[in-house]
Structure formats: C-alpha cells, structure tokens
Write a protein that binds this ligand. Sequence first.
Ligand code: ZN
Length: 244
Amino acid sequence: MRYAILADIHANLTAFEAMLDDVERRGGVDRFWNLGDTVGYGPDPNECLDRLSKLEHVSVAGNHDLAAIGKISTIDFNPEAATAASWTGERLNAEARRYLATMPLVIENGDFTLVHGSPRDPVWEYLVNAERARANLGHFKTRYCLVGHSHQPMVFEADENDDIRLAAFSDDRRLELGEKRLIINPGGVGQPRDGDPRASYAIYDNQAKSITLHRVTYDIAAVQSRMTSLGLPRRLIARLSYGV
Ligand code: ZN
C-alpha cells in the first residue's frame, strides 16, 4: 500500500490540486493521511474540504480547523491568523463545519500515530527542536509519529537512549524505516515555511518501508490574486511567495 502524508493545506486549493496531480504522476496512492489545518489563512476552505472528502483518507484536526468552528479561542493567534480564522468561520458552509467537527486530534494507524502539533499537545505544540521531540517520545506508543503544524519538513530520529538526531527532510529524500523511532513532518502543502515556496508532502510505501518527500511548484500568483480580491491580510498573501 502507498499513502500520501500531507499537512497544512490551509485552504489553498491550487497548491492542494498541484500536490494531488503530483501524486498521480508518481503512480497514485491508496490512501491519504492528512495531518490537519485543512483550513485557515487561504481563500478556499470549503473547496479544500470538499476535495479532501472525495479522497480515500483519514484526517486529524489542527488548531486552525478548531478555531474556524469556534472550538478553540484565537487569543493566542497572531493578528493576521485571527483575522483569517474569523473570515474562514464566516465562510464555511454547514457541511464543511460538520466535517471539521468530526475530526479527531489523534489517529493511530499500525506503526504510525498521526497528530497535528505533537503527541503530548496535538493542538498547540510546535515540534521544531530535539529537546521537544525527546519530551514527546513517551506520549505515543507506535514506532513512528507524523506531525504537521510547523510547516517545515523534518525528521527526528531517536536512538536506543532516546537521544534525538534532527535532520532536514529535503526534496526527493528517501527515508528508510527501520527499528528506530521517528517523528516525521512532511512540511506544508498550502503555506510552506522552510524558505521554499513549493508545496511539500511525502509518500509512504509500506512494501518498500520508506517515506519520500516531494516538493511541487504551483501557481502562487493565482492564489494571491484570489486572496487579494477577498480582502485577506496582506502579510498572508506576501508570505506565499517566499515560503516563510
Ligand atoms: Zn498550520
């Protein structure tokens, strides 16, 4: 079986479609594992949820998904994120709202635990350094954990003493799955933040026991002009060009 691992679509349908086309070009997958923040920031929340619902998939909820349906407060969001969250909340149709409300915070699938932020705090924690990764090892039972939220592709590898090695997860890098516990972030589809504006996702092949990262170019200008005409915050529009 082959699985696409994706996170942080952030209501960017153009990036999402480009990613789905890339999956098809690479022979397709059997299932999609979505790590949350399907909405928030971008111009197409209903469209992204509708597209996702047509795929064979599972999905956890992210902080932006929960904020958009009023399940968490946006008091800790930066001003642009809070503006985008309330814009998203007003725009969501009933079906999209219902669908977001059903998404769990944690999914266990065989050797994998899927969360948005981290296993100990699926909604808020950013797993961006070895210290935090180590502190989370006791919070999931499976060998591997998949996270999103930081929008930065990276891999944390734990040795037998739970010491963590942090490695970048770069384009077309193939990660072999072995005995070691791993925490893996496939990067963000709709708003990458590692300085590379291309959409980011990964494909897991359970026969080959490997996960490979892929980056995909998409029409950023088209998304930016939709955001401009909808009056979304300027900083959110600009950052798509730089991948920050
Ligand atoms: Zn996000």
